[in-house]
Design a protein around this ligand. Structure first.
Ligand code: ATP
Ligand code: MG
Length: 199
């Protein structure tokens, strides 16, 4: 009885919880005034995402979507409020959270294959297993013939597909995606949409 209660308690816990979150960027000093200028990117943001939920944030350019995601990854520091993943306050980057960044963020010195293997290395998977999983996701995004190439040899849309493959192969607890399909063509986009929902 106690056990099942504890388990159902865990299931009901929110995956992501954001409370009164704010971020004010300090901008470079304005010549006309003594004090540095600031820019409020986020102000009193509150939201909750449950296990298994898929949430999209929509808004005009510059409204703070990327900023919110970066705070959740622990890469950017908030200036007020709190963010939690699995009930733990986000204070630094963690292995629970994967991200597909707006600017891809591939490692230029690694081949496509080894870019996709990266998260699996961090997880400590044996080499054979890493190779197999990475190859599977590279094939899924249609870039099997490019596995031994380097990021600079790929187009923007291809790089983006590799960033998607890398994040999916890693299979994180929480996957954050910053406009992951922005630079892929319409056909690939609808294919990847369907695959993502399936996965
Ligand atoms: N490092 C920074 N320093 C100062 N201001 C910043 C910084 N990063 C972002 N901003 C500002 O914060 C605001 C929100 O930016 P953000 O990148 O989160 O927007 P966005 O909603 O992701 O936009 P887009 O749809 O164009 O990607 C913008 O006004 C931007 O100029
Ligand atoms: Mg953005």
């Amino acid at each position: 009885m106690e056990n099942s209660d504890a388990e159902s308690g865990l299931e009901n816990m929110s995956k992501i919880s954001i409370e009164h979150l704010g971020l004010v960027y300090k901008l470079s000093k304005d010549k006309t005034s003594q004090s540095p200028k600031t820019l409020t990117a986020l102000n009193d943001v509150n939201l909750e995402v449950m296990d298994g939920e898929f949430l999209s944030i929509v808004g005009p350019s510059g409204c703070g979507k990327s900023t919110l995601l970066y705070i959740l990854t622990g890469l950017t520091k908030k200036t007020s409020g709190k963010a939690f993943i699995n009930g733990r306050e986000v204070i630094k980057p963690s292995l629970h959270c994967g991200i597909i960044m707006q600017a891809f963020a591939l490692f230029p010195w690694r081949t496509i294959q080894r870019n996709v293997e990266y998260g699996l290395e961090v997880k400590g998977l044996p080499r054979r297993e890493r190779r197999r999983i990475a190859a599977e996701y590279i094939e899924l995004v249609g870039l099997k013939d490019f596995a031994d190439r380097f990021p600079y040899e790929l187009s923007g849309g291809m790089k983006q597909r590799i960033a998607i493959a890398r994040a999916l192969a890693y299979d994180p607890d929480v996957l954050l995606m910053d406009e992951p399909f922005a630079s892929v063509d319409e056909q690939t986009r609808s294919f990847l949409h369907a695959e993502l929902l399936r996965i």
